[in-house]
Design a protein around this ligand. Structure first.
Ligand code: PLP
Length: 477
């Protein structure tokens, strides 16, 4: 593409993005299309010759936007609501322009060193101790998988060299996580060849936090049976309710048995940059690793997950493998990304996080997270004050679990009603909620994490929910 054409289309695209954000509230949050609808509109074969950029960009409006669920819509309250931000978009754009593959220090010194510095800034913002060194992966699923691999490497069973199959000398290795741990932990264990039976799920208390006493008993029982407990995964901000496992008590248990403690703070960890919320990471200064996702609650475009690890040597021992064609004279003096994971090439992800931290500053980021928590508490107060609704779990961050509970309905009807309310709200396109099951009861989740969400949007969601409740209960009576 000639430079003048690149410049022209580049400006058009930035204008397009600015307009998109200006008008995003006019778009339905949830894509209003049927499965297969987009595919049916796309040619099944690739174009034989190149097409003008104008035609391609026109199809963005015509085909792609209607098939998008708009995560940047301020009324996106589903899953963990997240959003990008302007400096993050610029960081992505520049990273694509550089197209660095930071596998070795020399293939991208900027990416390697900026990552080290930016993650150290973030560590300081989180008040994590200096022993924790950060490393970027794409997602928390991958970060946690690498943490468990490093923990396994520390068990000294020569698994890297000899594997786990066909070995009579290898007892069952066990990882412990609460019933509310994210499914990525199960997947990490499957991927590492440990097998699902290696994951023991520990019950939770009435507030959905890991029962530390049950954890201690499970470890003791496994040890009596010749099983090797080697890793505990605790969560700060579980996916269903955002509950916080009792890390200080879990740390004690882990240390007693010389086990690795990995903390999944993918969602909740970011809140620790707010000075008065630092306590959410209490006890984590004694954890071995901790994952946190800037792409969840630090306004960073997907994807960017950070693993803080106290034993980078073990991570390296688990994954470093340097063939002759990658050997460099400086390799002993520098950090090379490919030594710490399954990937060789890595994207220049730290650039966007560096730009975000610089643009907003620690205070700016903390102010936004603080406001999200305020809005969640406000919403929870409306739910609590209404006789037809109830809060289903504590809300330590910016996620509210709740459900409609009009008098005189049995459990099955309540589940149907809440499912109906959620479906009704979501199909309006004016807001998007998701759900979970708590104590076998269908529970609605309203998560606030979008940089554009204000009180007006939260109030609108509350009105929509009440409207649906009235519509469905009147229709049913
Ligand atoms: N851990 C927790 C607590 C989560 O809530 C999620 C996703 O929501 C994940 C891990 C997985 O995140 P990712 O999509 O970055 O793998």
């Amino acid at each position: 593409m000639p430079a003048d054409e690149f410049r022209r289309h580049g400006h058009e695209i930035i204008d397009w993005i600015a307009d998109y954000f200006d008008h995003i509230e006019e778009l339905p949050v949830l894509a209003q299309i049927e499965p297969g609808e987009l595919k049916a509109q796309l040619p099944p074969t690739p174009p034989e010759s190149g097409e003008p950029m104008e035609t391609i960009l026109a199809d963005l409006d015509r085909l792609i936007v209607p098939a998008l669920t708009h995560w940047n819509h301020p009324s996106f309250f589903a899953y963990f609501a997240t959003s990008t931000s302007a400096p993050g978009i610029f960081g992505e754009l520049l990273s694509a322009a550089f197209d660095a593959k930071s596998m070795l220090w020399r293939t991208s010194p900027a990416s390697t060193e900026l990552e080290e510095v930016t993650l150290d800034w973030l560590r300081q913002m989180l008040s994590l101790d200096q022993g924790m060194t950060g490393f970027i992966y794409d997602t928390a699923s991958v970060s946690s998988m690498h943490a468990i691999a490093a923990a396994r490497e520390g068990v000294e069973l020569r698994i890297r060299e000899e594997g786990m199959s066909g070995r009579a000398d290898l007892p069952l290795l066990r990882v412990y996580a609460s019933e509310h741990a994210h499914s990525s932990i199960d997947k990490g264990i499957i991927t590492l060849g440990l097998g699902q039976r290696s994951l023991r799920k520990i019950p939770v208390d009435a507030q959905f936090r890991m029962d530390a006493k049950a954890l201690a008993e499970a470890i003791a029982e496994d040890k009596r049976n010749g099983i090797i407990p080697f890793c505990i995964v605790a969560t700060v901000g579980t996916t269903s309710t955002s509950s916080i496992d009792p890390i200080p008590a879990i740390v004690e248990i882990g240390e007693q048995h010389a086990m690795w403690l990995h903390v999944d703070a993918a969602y909740g960890g970011s809140a620790a940059i707010v000075p008065e919320m630092r306590h959410v990471l209490a006890g984590c200064h004694r954890a071995d690793s901790l994952v946190l996702n800037p792409h969840k609650w630090l306004f960073t475009p997907f994807d960017l997950s950070v693993l803080y690890c106290r034993h980078l040597d073990l991570l390296r021992r688990a994954f470093s493998l340097v063939p002759e064609y990658l050997r460099t004279p400086e390799q002993e003096k520098v950090r090379s990304g490919s030594d710490y994971g399954v990937q060789l090439g890595r994207r220049f992800r730290s650039l966007k996080l560096w730009m975000i931290i610089r643009y907003f500053g620690h205070e700016g980021l903390a102010a936004r997270i603080r406001e999200h928590c305020r809005l969640a508490k406000l919403f929870a107060s409306w739910v609590e004050a209404s006789p037809d609704w109830e809060v289903m779990a504590p809300a330590p961050f910016a996620l509210v679990c709740f459900r409609a509970r009009p008098a005189g309905m049995d459990a099955t009807r309540l589940d149907q009603l809440n499912e109906g309310i959620m479906h009704g709200v979501n199909t309006t396109g004016k807001a998007l909620l998701s759900h979970t099951k708590l104590n076998d009861q269908l529970t609605l989740r309203l998560s606030i994490g979008n940089i554009r969400t204000t009180e007006k949007h939260v109030k609108q969601a509350w009105d929509l929910l009440n409207h649906e409740l009235i519509r469905l209960t009147t229709a049913g009576s």
